[in-house]
Ligand binder design. Structure first.
Ligand code: AMP
Length: 129
């Protein structure tokens, strides 16, 4: 099934399973609102994923439906993890893919936090053809 980035939420997705403790992760931080862990296939020296604890498929439904406190808590964790990873002075990139064109693979809203090197172009050129 392709990932649309829109509900319904699939409770069998890999991040839901990590949240339920069924699959291990390399945890970086956790609080009432969010969990941060290292990406299993890092694309930069620092590549951390931050996920909210609620059942949200993508940026769209998270920001439309979550409580303001949960949204604030989530984004505070993103920037706190960036600081804790030592990225504030050198800089970093936060990115969230939504749906097919965004390249979203896991249908649980998440933000990628990249850093530790110059990250280059924000969006690669479209493939030829
Ligand atoms: P996206 O393409 O934005 O949905 O990103 C999904 C990310 O999840 C990819 O960067 C994967 O490497 C990462 N990922 C998939 N499974 C795991 C896992 N079990 N633990 C950590 N990261 C994972």
């Amino acid at each position: 099934m392709s990932v649309t980035g829109l509900p319904p939420y699939d409770d069998a997705n890999i991040f839901a399973r990590i949240l339920r403790g069924e699959i291990p992760c390399k945890k970086v931080a956790e609080d009432a609102h969010a969990l941060a862990f290292h990406d299993i296939h890092p694309q930069a020296p620092v590549h951390v994923l931050v996920i909210p604890k609620g059942r949200w498929v993508s940026a769209a439904d998270f920001h439309a439906g979550a409580e303001a406190e949960a949204i604030a808590g989530f984004w505070r964790m993103v920037t706190a993890v960036a600081k804790e990873q030592g990225l504030e002075a050198s800089g970093y990139r936060i990115l969230s893919n939504m749906g097919q064109d965004g390249g979203q693979e896991v249908p649980h809203f998440h933000v990628h936090l990249f850093g530790g090197r110059r990250l280059g172009r924000m969006v690669p050129p479209a493939p030829a053809g």
